[in-house]
Design a protein around this ligand. Sequence first.
Ligand code: SAH
Length: 265
Amino acid sequence: MNTQNTQKASPTLPNPASGKVCVVGIGPGALDLLAPRALAALQQTEVIVGYRTYLNLVKDCFNPKAEVISSAMMQEIDRCRKALELAEAGRKVALVCGGDPGIYAMAGLVFELAQSQGNRCGIEIIPGIAALNDCAAVLGAPLMHDFAAISLSDLMTPWELIEKRLTAAAAADFVTVLYNPKSKKRTSQIERAREIFLQHRPASTPVGIVKAASREDEHVELCTLADMLTIDIGMQSTLTIGNSQTFVWQNRMITPRGYAKKYGL
Ligand code: SAH
């Protein structure tokens, strides 16, 4: 393991007297897509911390005796600090994240805070099915070849860097999954992303737009780079832009791996 850049950390061995933070990925929303390990963590922990909307999706799985601490969106730092503080005091805490906790969620922030604060409680990351997995399954098989995931949120990442990555992914013919495509305040980013892709791919390239995958209001649209902006896109949407080989068959989006070319089918 590379131990460079860890100077900031104080003693790295967990303190056996402290508790533990389990950073739990609950998947896209449907209970039957919650992994058994995540379910066990929700059933067994004494304190459950998370964003209200995500907690509501899985509240039926909680340990009935658990203390539940819910918060509004955009309070990630407070949420992670609270979870670490409780674990330092000896409690077993589940910190709930949507999808996978290591993909645009809180696993990294928990480690960053623990490093800067010198926390010694245990930290366990429990994976979940990410939006990109579930959206791919709903659409067909669009991620069968190399792909990139790019978040269009420029709240913490400079837009120039996001454009650089969009350009690189588009030029290198990656299937590209766009997270955080649009919100009420951020409306131009998706338009710019489309322009960049149109510089490298035909307007007929398939685009799959899945909103609220595996939730009650799931909505799926198959369109193209040409008409994608006519579809309703919001905070709960993920876009999958095909590569130069991606095709649509019977309303499913498919990226060939290359079997047909190599072996004939
Ligand atoms: N940790 C999550 C990502 C959180 S970032 C994961 O692993 O998927 C929030 C973004 O994820 C949203 O803006 C949206 O682009 C995507 N997303 C999360 N849940 C989704 C769902 N059920 N359907 C479609 N997209 C979803």
